[in-house]
Design a protein around this ligand. Structure first.
Ligand SMILES: *Cc1c(COP(=O)(O)O)cnc(C)c1O
Length: 463
């Protein structure tokens, strides 16, 4: 046999030698036996390969293998879902879990983790309907007749279209064929819902007569999609929702609105563009309105469907509803989040999403000054640290043009190695996520609602 002398390979410890060594007693007592054996085999296999190819000349000791196995197991046993500090300047960051939940929502989830009346009618003492837990509150807040909730807004759109227009034609303006993120494209969702897409108008202009022609061609549903993440400007024309609803009713065809973000409060209050609220959309007559739970609503991931009872009833009877429904933890968090809107004047205190959005520049400036020495101490000689003006974005595809004035801590790397500094910040506990822009790491403080973990992460880092 070619390769290394047999003696070197033969000196490699056997699996049982490693497994039975006292140094592995703690892992032996706690970790699944088969998983532990597999990890030992993986390590030994790597050494066997190294000896065979000559990248290593001497056999490792049992102790060496134990150190490796212990480190490997610790690494894959550590939780992968971990809190991070979002200083990217994108407040509701889709990659960072969108809206942080309110303290009330967190508490509600903890309580719901036990046994709850999820589908149990406490009055009647028999089976109930999980939707009723939040339906009344949703109707009260939105003015809708009925409501249901599913996994996310993509599911809400899918279920609405599949129920109301399966195998039929759905009409959408060419200006509203949105792509959200990289996997949600409106034309794909329409087709996957079993519907046929009937595009009308042009990218920049769609008229009422375009929709009327589509109805003459047999369209069974008028769909209006909020262009959440882009704007069409200039020579444009879009049909007001009231007019579309009126046209649909004449033909007995429902108008469904995918609102995307679905704000309950007027955003002009926070210096943001005035988006149509869910209430406005219901009032305008839309038969069905869908929106997300974790965008401008500030709750957990969910998709709401609100509107006229006759349509909501049919949507709830769709067998796919079962596949897309929410669990008790989410319903509890949603209920707590929705309850905050009973006092809309105080959402900037009660919901973290609006605490970030509604923060004054003076408060952010004060926070930046307070954080500066901590960042300076961490950076040491590696970067010049200062406070600069900038703009935060709402994020999650909401309000693409809206910018909220903010203050950032900028780390300008003397070595021009901003990417490396940003990486080191991501390796802190908890990880701090900034952004790199023209040779500097920028840390936007608008989203830093609790400074302590940030200060602690910087302080814990080895100099
Ligand atoms: C965000 C968005 C969606 C998808 O919502 P999810 O809750 O992320 O599934 C659908 N339509 C519009 C217009 C959106 O903005």
């Amino acid at each position: 046999m070619a390769g290394k002398p047999l003696t070197t390979l033969a000196a490699l410890p056997a699996v049982h030698e490693v497994l039975e060594h006292p140094g592995l007693a703690a892992l032996r007592a706690t970790l699944d036996h088969a998983l532990l054996v597999a990890e030992i085999q993986t390590r030994l296999g790597a050494h066997r390969e190294a000896l065979r190819t000559g990248t290593r000349r001497t056999s490792p000791t049992v102790e060496e293998i134990i150190t490796e196995v212990t480190a490997a197991v610790a690494a894959w046993r550590a939780p992968r879902v971990q809190p991070v500090i979002n200083l990217t300047g994108t407040l509701l960051h889709t990659n960072l879990g969108r809206a942080p939940l309110s303290a009330e929502a967190v508490q509600a989830m903890v309580q719901a983790a036990a046994t709850v009346n999820l589908e149990y009618d406490l009055d009647a003492g028999k089976r109930g309907d999980r939707d009723t837990l939040i339906e009344e509150l949703l109707c009260r807040l939105t003015g809708a007749e009925a409501a249901t909730v599913v996994n996310n807004n993509a599911a809400a759109v899918y279920l609405s279209l599949n129920t109301l227009a399966n195998r039929k034609k759905v009409t959408v303006s060419r200006g509203e064929l949105v792509e959200i993120g990289d996997s949600f494209r409106m034309p794909d969702i329409i087709v996957k819902s079993g519907c046929r897409l009937l595009e009308v108008g042009t990218t920049n202009r769609t008229h009422l007569k375009d929709y009327a022609e589509a109805l003459d061609e047999g369209a069974a549903l008028l769909l209006k999609v909020h262009t959440s993440n882009y704007r069409i400007q200039g020579f444009t024309k879009e049909v007001p929702l009231e007019k579309l609803v009126e046209l649909g009713r004449k033909h007995r065809v429902p108008t469904v609105v995918d609102l995307g973000s679905g704000a309950f409060v007027n955003l002009a209050r926070f210096g943001l563009p005035d988006e149509p609220t869910v209430q406005d959309t219901v009032r305008a007559g839309a038969e069905v309105v869908t929106f997300s739970g974790d965008k401008l609503l500030g709750g957990p991931q969910a998709g709401f469907i609100v509107g006229r009872s006759e349509w909501i009833k049919r949507i709830k009877r769709n067998p796919m509803k079962r596949a897309l429904r929410c669990d008790k933890l989410r319903l509890a968090a949603l209920e707590a989040t929705l309850r905050a809107y009973l006092s809309p004047a105080t959402v900037a205190q009660t919901l973290p999403a609006y605490r970030m959005i509604g923060r004054s520049l003076a408060e952010i400036e004060g926070l930046a000054r307070a954080m500066l020495p901590h960042v300076e101490r961490w950076a040491g000689e590696r970067a010049r640290v200062g406070i600069v003006a900038g703009e935060s974005q709402v994020g999650s595809g909401s309000l693409p043009e809206a910018a909220l004035p903010t203050r950032l801590i900028a780390l300008t790397s003397r070595a021009g190695a901003a990417d490396e500094l940003a990486r080191e910040l991501r390796q802190l506990t908890p990880p701090v996520i900034g952004r790199v822009h023209s040779g500097a790491v920028l840390l936007d403080l608008r989203a830093l609602l609790e400074p302590e973990p940030f200060v602690a992460a910087l302080a814990r880092a080895k100099p």
